[in-house]
Design a protein around this ligand. Structure first.
Ligand code: PMP
Length: 406
C-alpha cells in the first residue's frame, strides 16, 4: 500500500538492539551492550555543569548554530589540540552523537551503488547505515593489529571493484575487536588513501579510554607526516563513552569542503544539536572535569578488562582465543566447538549475555566469534558471568554432541 523507498521496504533493525529484551530479565549479567558503566557517570560534575549552563537560560533554550555552539567548538578545538589534532573552526562540526557524523557523511558522499570499504568485523550501525544508503560494501579483514592494510592494498591494486569513496575504521580499541591499528599500518593506510583517493573515516569514540600500553597517534594526527593525506581523513569523536551518551554530543573534524557540506545536510536533519547539552558540555570541559574524570574511568575499565580476561582464561583454557585489549570496552573472542548463536541460547538460560559475532559481519560470517563488553557489569558480576558462560558452553556442547551421535 505504502510506497516506501527501496531500503525501507523490508528493513532489518539493529541486531544488538534486538537483544535488549533479554538484558533486563531479572538477574541477567550482560556483556552484550556497548554501554558505559552507569555507576561511573560523573553525576555530580554534570549536575554542577548543567546548573552553570542554565545560568544563561537562553543559551540552553534557543536554537543554536547548526555547526555547534561557538563556546563548545572552542573547547573541542582545544581538546583536539591536546590529542595532537590541529584543526580550524571551519573544520569542526558538532554532531548529535558521532553516529550522526556518519549519517551526514553518507548523505554527501554515497549514492546508490557506490562502493564503500569497511573493516570487518565492523560496528553494526555502520553496516546498517551503509546498507540503508544502498552502498556496495566491500570488506577488509582485521587481525590483532587492526585493519589488514596489506590485504586492502592487494584489493585496491587488483582493480576488482569500482573506486571506493570511503573507508570506515575504528582504529583505536575497535568495536567489536578491541584491536588497535599499528602505527605502520596507519601510515600505509594514509598512503593508500592518497593513491586511490578515498576518504578514511576514522571513528574514535574510545581512544581516550586507554588503560595499558603506549599512546597511539590518531590517523588524523599522522596525516601530518604523509604528504597529501590531510585532505583524505575525516575524524569522528564523541563525549558518549568518556562522559555520557545521554548528552548526545559528538563531533567531526573534516576538511572544510566536507565539513561545510555536512553542515548543510545537518540543517535538514535536526537544525542543531541540543544547545542545552552542548552548554552543559561547555561548562564541564571549561572546568577541567573531563581531565579529572578520564583517568578514573580508564583505570576502572582496565580492572574490569583484566577481570574478564583472566576469568575467561581460567574457565575456558584452550577452548577460547582472544587478544587482551589495551583500552576501550570490548573483548572479541572465538570459542571452539560451538557456534556463538547456539551458545547464546544456552547462555540466556544461564542468565548471561553477549553478542554473537554475526552482527558484525556483512559477509563471510565467523560463526564462532563473539563480543564481550566488560564496561557495564561490576568485577564480581564479570567473574560470575564468565562462570555462567562456561556452564552454558558445557551444556551447549553436550546437547550438540548428543545431536551429532543420534
Ligand atoms: N562508533 C562506534 C564505534 C560506537 O561503538 C558507537 C557507540 N556504540 C558510536 C560510533 C556512536 O556513538 P555516539 O553515541 O557518539 O553516537
Amino acid at each position: 500500500m505504502y510506497q516506501f523507498t527501496t531500503p525501507f521496504q523490508n528493513p532489518s533493525g539493529s541486531p544488538i538492539r534486538e537483544l535488549f529484551k533479554y538484558v533486563n530479565l531479572p538477574g541477567m549479567i550482560s556483556f552484550a551492550g556497548g554501554y558505559p558503566a552507569s555507576d561511573l557517570f560523573d553525576t555530580q560534575g554534570l549536575e554542577a555543569a548543567a546548573a552553570r549552563a542554565y545560568q544563561t537560560p537562553t543559551r540552553c533554550l534557543q536554537y543554536g548554530p547548526t555547526d555547534g555552539l561557538p563556546e563548545l567548538k572552542r573547547e573541542l578545538l582545544a581538546l583536539m589540540g591536546r590529542r595532537g589534532i590541529a584543526c580550524s573552526n571551519d573544520e569542526l562540526v558538532i554532531t548529535t552523537g558521532s553516529q550522526q557524523g556518519l549519517d551526514l557523511l553518507l548523505r554527501i558522499f554515497v549514492a546508490t551503488g557506490d562502493t564503500v570499504l569497511t573493516e570487518q568485523p565492523a560496528y553494526p550501525a555502520t553496516l546498517q547505515a551503509f546498507n540503508l544508503a544502498q552502498a556496495r560494501i566491500v570488506t577488509v579483514p582485521v587481525d590483532d593489529a587492526g585493519l589488514d592494510v596489506a590485504e586492502l592494498s592487494k584489493l585496491l591494486d587488483s582493480g576488482v571493484m569500482d573506486a571506493p569513496k570511503l573507508l570506515y575504521t575504528v582504529p583505536t580499541f575497535a568495536n567489536p575487536t578491541g584491536a588497535t591499528l599499528s602505527r605502520e599500518r596507519r601510515v600505509a593506510l594514509l598512503e593508500l588513501a592518497v593513491k586511490y583517493k578515498f576518504v578514511i573515516v576514522e571513528d574514535d569514540p574510545y581512544g581516550d579510554l586507554r588503560f595499558a600500553g603506549e599512546r597511539m597517534p590518531s590517523i588524523f594526527e599522522l596525516a601530518a607526516d604523509v604528504e597529501g593525506s590531510r585532505g583524505w581523513v575525516v575524524h569522528f569523536s564523541s563525549l558518549s563513552k568518556i562522559v555520557a551518551p545521554g548528552l548526545r554530543v559528538g563531533w567531526m573534524v573534516a576538511p572544510a569542503e566536507i565539513a561545510r557540506r555536512c553542515v548543510v545536510a545537518k540543517q535538514t536533519v535536526d537544525l542543531c544539536t541540543t544547545p542545552w547539552t552542548q552548554a552543559t558540555a561547555v561548562e564541564y570541559l571549561v572546568d577541567g572535569a573531563l581531565e579529572r574524570h578520564l583517568p578514573r574511568i580508564a583505570s576502572k575499565y582496565g580492572v574490569k578488562s583484566q577481570a574478564l580476561c583472566s576469568e575467561l582464561r581460567l574457565q575456558f583454557g584452550d577452548a577460547i582465543d582472544f587478544h587482551e585489549p589495551e583500552g576501550g570496552m570490548f573483548v572479541w573472542a572465538r570459542i571452539g566447538g560451538i557456534d556463538a548463536a547456539t551458545l547464546l541460547t544456552c547462555a540466556i538460560e544461564n542468565k548471561v549475555m553477549f553478542v554473537p559475532g554475526k552482527a558484525f559481519f556483512s559477509d563471510k560470517v565467523d560463526p564462532f566469534a563473539l563480543r564481550l563488553s566488560f564496561a557495564a557489569p561490576g568485577v564480581d558480576d564479570i567473574k560470575e558471568g564468565v562462570r555462567r558462560l562456561k556452564r552454558a558452553y558445557d551444556e551447549a556442547r553436550s546437547v550438540h554432541e548428543l545431536t551429532v551421535q543420534s
